[in-house]
Write a protein that binds this ligand. Structure first.
Ligand SMILES: [Zn+2]
Length: 182
């Protein structure tokens, strides 16, 4: 999986995790975290590469956290309670939290493991959930990706295809019915 197929436009790293699954609700969702190598490539592209290499188990955890965070974000925006299993998964990830130190050059040390990066995502999400008014779900029915939207006025996520498909549909719906000349 080429790194350029990943998207980094969610506005926050935890939100970019959602776009590792493309067209989530279509008949052919595109899973981009297909292997430990793909996960490592994504973490490097996010500038969050941990010192330990990602394993197959990390792929399982990354996908699991992605779904749990996505479900909770959608629940929050729909004013529904969190599912118990999502809540449990996120708490489990938080147990890997670690405190990063600053190097002499005032850069943050790398996380030790992929799990520590996932814990960081979970923590970012929980902080962001304090202000759900800054989050939206994409209006495209096969996407419904959560993204940062402080204006509260955006209908589509930053994936260009969503806005263009949505606009084309809206345009067609607003057209008067054409008369048939058979
Ligand atoms: Zn979208």
């Amino acid at each position: 999986m080429a790194v350029d197929s990943f998207r980094f436009d969610g506005g926050k790293t935890w939100l970019d995790l959602f776009s590792t699954l493309g067209r989530r609700y279509s008949s052919e969702p595109e899973e981009r975290l297909l292997s430990a190598e793909a996960l490592s490539g994504w973490l490097i592209a996010m500038e969050l590469s941990p010192r330990e290499a990602a394993t197959e188990r990390d792929v399982f955890l990354a996908r699991g956290l992605r779904e749990a965070l996505r479900n909770c974000t959608a629940a929050l925006l729909n004013r529904e309670p969190f599912a118990e299993q999502d809540d449990r998964f996120i708490r489990e990830m938080l147990s890997y939290r670690e405190h990063r130190t600053l190097s002499a050059a005032l850069t943050l040390e790398h996380f030790s493991s992929p799990q520590a990066v996932f814990a960081e995502f979970a923590e970012q999400a929980i902080i962001a959930w304090q202000h759900p008014e800054n989050l939206s779900l994409c209006a495209e029915p096969d996407c419904r990706r959560a993204f940062r939207d402080p204006s509260g006025r955006r209908r589509w996520c930053p994936t260009p295809a969503c806005a263009s498909r949505g606009r084309v549909r809206a345009f067609r719906q607003n057209q008067p019915q054409e008369a048939h000349h058979d």
